[in-house]
Design a protein around this ligand. Structure first.
Ligand SMILES: [Zn+2]
Length: 374
């Protein structure tokens, strides 16, 4: 009995301190009861000394701790076994799968928020554009080996010039908006919802970028725009898009930090498909869900470890850990569902395909929602 507190008969656990009613729940007790059979509080009427108080704190801490270590060990060393044991009724030895996953996702969330490794992507944002110099002039002074090389270099320059030309066109459009915003906004044609929204988003993002407008109210006063729902929506969207364009890394970080919590909406949905694929097995939907929670927990553990290794050794170890996870997942499915290799491989492939399709849809929704609320 690893998880029961060790039965002590010294100190406040001595016979002389025992009562006939549980002080916690009132359950009648015998003097031979060291613990209440109803709520498992120690049968002791002795007042807590400071030492008792600390002892109780640490014994609770270690009993949770040993549960935690057992869960971790079982999860890491015996793929699939922990779920089998848990749903078969061996529950007190392990941490509740939902609480376990929640704790891990919080830890993972804190680590990635702390690391914010995508912040470096901000250098690709428009707020960090390097001023261009006249490349043609530079090349004229350069001695080419042969004509071929010169041609290739010139072709490359032409494509750069095309980009500059497009850039000019865009800034020309910007200047038509900026020369008379009031007039431009009034003339936005009502040719379909998408075109109208597109034009308004373009209009607002130009104003936000070039005219440093911070809220719709400002543009209402300055350019006498009607403050209706459509204008508000397009304004907020334009503002998010400008924000993302200028600092893509920050947006990516905020997106990634939502992922740990998005799994709680995603897994119940995905488990439904697992249930369908294993419909002939005698497992309930909840059993499949617990299996998904355990696997997801392991994935978080691997990602946390990978993150720590990355920041200590300054390397990228995600690929290796994801490879470990794909092997683990196969082992876990074999052990949990107890089917042959071929059947397991087929179902593994099928479920992974479903996972990635659903994941793609979920991420699209998440990105859309993030843009709207950014
Ligand atoms: Zn009790």
């Amino acid at each position: 009995m690893k998880n029961k507190p060790t039965i002590k008969t010294t100190g406040r656990y001595r016979l002389q301190h025992r009562g006939v009613d549980c002080l916690n729940c009132g359950h009648p007790l015998n003097l031979s009861d060291k613990f209440c059979p109803n709520c498992s509080q120690a049968n002791s009427t002795k007042k807590l000394t400071l030492l008792d108080f600390f002892e109780e704190f640490f014994s609770n801490y270690f009993s949770y701790d040993s549960k935690l270590w057992q869960t971790l060990a079982a999860l890491l060393l015996k793929p699939g076994k922990i779920t089998r044991e848990y749903i078969a009724g061996k529950r007190l030895s392990y941490t509740n799968p939902f609480r376990f996953l929640l704790s891990l996702s919080i830890v993972y969330f804190l680590i990635i928020s702390f690391n914010s490794e995508f912040e470096s992507l901000n250098k690709y944002g428009s707020s960090n554009k390097i001023p261009t110099f006249d490349i043609t002039k530079q090349l004229n002074t350069y001695e080419f080996e042969n004509e071929e090389e010169k041609k290739a270099a010139m072709a490359a320059i032409d494509s750069i010039k095309l980009q500059e030309f497009i850039g000019d066109m865009i800034s020309k459009k910007d200047s038509t908006i900026l020369s008379n915003p009031k007039k431009y906004f009034k003339e936005i044609k009502d040719d379909g919802l998408f075109n109208r929204y597109g034009s308004k988003i373009k209009f607002f993002s130009t104003l936000i970028k070039k005219d440093t407008i911070y809220s719709l109210d400002e543009s209402v006063i300055k350019y006498d725009i009607t403050p209706n729902l459509e204008n508000e929506m397009t304004f907020n969207l334009a503002k998010s898009l400008v924000e993302i364009e200028e600092r893509p890394g920050t947006f990516f970080n905020s997106l990634i930090s939502k992922l740990p919590f998005a799994t709680f909406f995603f897994l119940p949905f995905f488990s439904f498909f697992v249930w369908m694929v294993y419909i002939r097995k005698k497992y309930t939907y909840t059993d499949h869900l617990i299996f998904s929670f355990h696997n997801q927990s392991l994935l978080f553990i691997l990602l946390i470890v990978s993150n720590l290794i990355n920041s200590v050794f300054n390397i990228g170890s995600e690929g290796l850990f994801l490879l470990i996870f794909t092997i683990y997942l196969y082992k876990a499915m074999r052990n949990f569902y107890q089917q042959g290799r071929v059947k397991t491989i087929i179902k593994y492939t099928l479920l992974n395909s479903i996972f990635f399709i659903l994941g793609g849809i979920a991420i699209t929704i998440l990105i859309a929602a993030s843009v709207f609320t950014y």
